[in-house]
Design a protein around this ligand. Structure first.
Ligand SMILES: [Fe+2]
Length: 429
């Protein structure tokens, strides 16, 4: 069985939804394992769900991958739902409900307990969610999980001292609430389809707005407030924080704030935005590494490789030999885990046709020209190959990036559809 992220509009009937999806009010909309029907598609579109991870109901011979659960599904579902309730309630009432805040604190505490049990959590799944309004419960939920996992990795490697339980809970709550100030910003600003221009001035107020919102809640620890206030401060002294001045006293950013900054940036990169595609984890890890010591703490950044798999199952890769491969068994090149095992699903050159349907191991990162989370992203990325060094592209792609020489069943249909959609949407040059 393999998994793939697709736009909801393109789902085929009888495919199986491979994740739990919550509606905006925190109610369950789709449970993992649901069968796609026209009415289910219509309901997802009505609720603004743009993409979903699915598995076609057909066996593919070869490798299999069962996603590892970071948390027991019932606990994850309960906690996500409570966080979503807190956010939608705050948007509606323009104030935090003390009752919901304490319920979220309880759920956060349960989540932390589980994340410290057993092996270090490993994020090995492809994300499907788009972060279309910048403060969705899903983003806050992910930032919570990544922050706690990163804190645990930092403790276990001796990079930071062991956190007391109360500090760990403050870290978790700060991670959940880090962008709560965005609930006070105009919605059109958060949903803007392009990069922000002058609106940045307004966006940069969200740490201050978060602090203002949290002021009446004296039970919230200073460490949680520091995360809300300073998660956009940079190690090199740049960035922004509170409205009155953008650096901390003596420029010292607490370690827990540094942890959330990394988790926040990572999760934002692997989420699609209205104006850019989602990066694959290997790309996001590269960007974090490039910013280590400038934007982020260079002792913490390398630890992301302990908790994130660079090539999760379902990643689509355009390779230098002109083939497109999908990752069937997740892995990376750190030496900590197996190498990614792939299936060649398409060829963009006649010479590459002979590889169709073959299993291959991704021996080196240098084989990859570009990566994408879904077929529509892949075609959009190939369309932008003008921005890449032409010498790095296989010759057929240099001449005509849309000549699909061949693909295995199902992928043929998916990629041909995306190519024709792309041409329909892009005026001929
Ligand atoms: Fe933020």
């Amino acid at each position: 069985m393999f998994r793939i992220v697709l736009p909801v509009e393109e789902l085929q009937s009888l495919w199986i939804v491979d994740e739990d999806i919550l509606a905006e009010n925190g109610q369950p909309l789709v449970r993992r394992g649901a069968v796609v029907t026209p009415s289910l598609k219509a309901a997802m579109l009505r609720h603004g769900i743009e993409r979903v991870r699915v598995r076609p109901d057909e066996e593919v011979e070869g490798l299999d991958w069962t996603p590892g659960e970071i948390l027991p599904p019932a606990l994850a579902f309960r906690a996500r739902r409570k966080i979503q309730e807190l956010f939608s309630n705050t948007v509606r009432k323009r104030a935090l409900s003390p009752q919901l805040l304490s319920e979220v604190a309880q759920q956060t505490s349960d989540v932390i307990d589980r994340l410290f049990e057993g092996d270090l959590p490993l994020f090995a799944e492809l994300r499907s969610l788009s972060d279309f309004d910048g403060y969705t419960h899903e983003h806050c939920w992910s930032v919570l999980l990544i922050s706690i996992a990163l804190a645990r990795a930092a403790q276990e490697t001796g990079v930071i001292e062991n956190l007391h339980y109360q500090d760990c809970l403050s870290l978790g709550l700060g991670a959940v609430l880090h962008d709560i100030g965005k609930t006070q910003l105009p919605r059109p600003l958060l949903q803007k389809a392009g990069p922000l221009d002058d609106e940045w001035k307004l966006m940069r107020l969200h740490p201050q707005k978060g602090i203002d919102l949290l002021r009446p809640y004296d039970l919230l620890m200073p460490l949680s407030r520091a995360i809300v206030a300073f998660h956009h401060e940079r190690i090199d002294g740049g960035g922004y924080g509170l409205a009155k001045g953008h650096t901390l006293a003596e420029g010292i950013i607490p370690e827990t704030v540094r942890i959330v900054s990394i988790a926040d940036a990572y999760d934002a990169m692997v989420s699609a935005r209205p104006y850019r595609r989602a990066f694959l984890p290997y790309e996001a890890l590269d960007i974090l590494a490039a910013e280590a010591g400038r934007q982020f703490d260079d002792r913490l950044v390398p630890l992301m490789e302990e908790i994130v798999v660079a090539f999760p199952a379902g990643s689509l890769l355009l390779l230098k030999d002109g083939t497109v491969a999908t990752v069937r068994s997740p892995g990376d090149h750190t030496g900590k885990r197996p190498l990614p095992e792939c299936l060649v699903v398409a060829a963009f050159s006649d010479a590459a046709l002979r590889h169709l349907g073959a299993s291959m191991t991704l021996e080196s990162r240098s084989q990859v020209i570009l990566g994408a989370v879904s077929p529509d992203d892949l075609i959009a990325c190939i369309a932008q190959t003008q921005n890449l060094n032409p010498a790095s592209l296989p010759p057929p792609l240099r001449e005509n990036p849309f000549r699909l020489a061949g693909a295995i069943p199902l992928w043929d249909e998916l990629l041909t559809h995306e190519i024709s959609e792309h041409f329909a949407a892009t005026p001929a040059r």
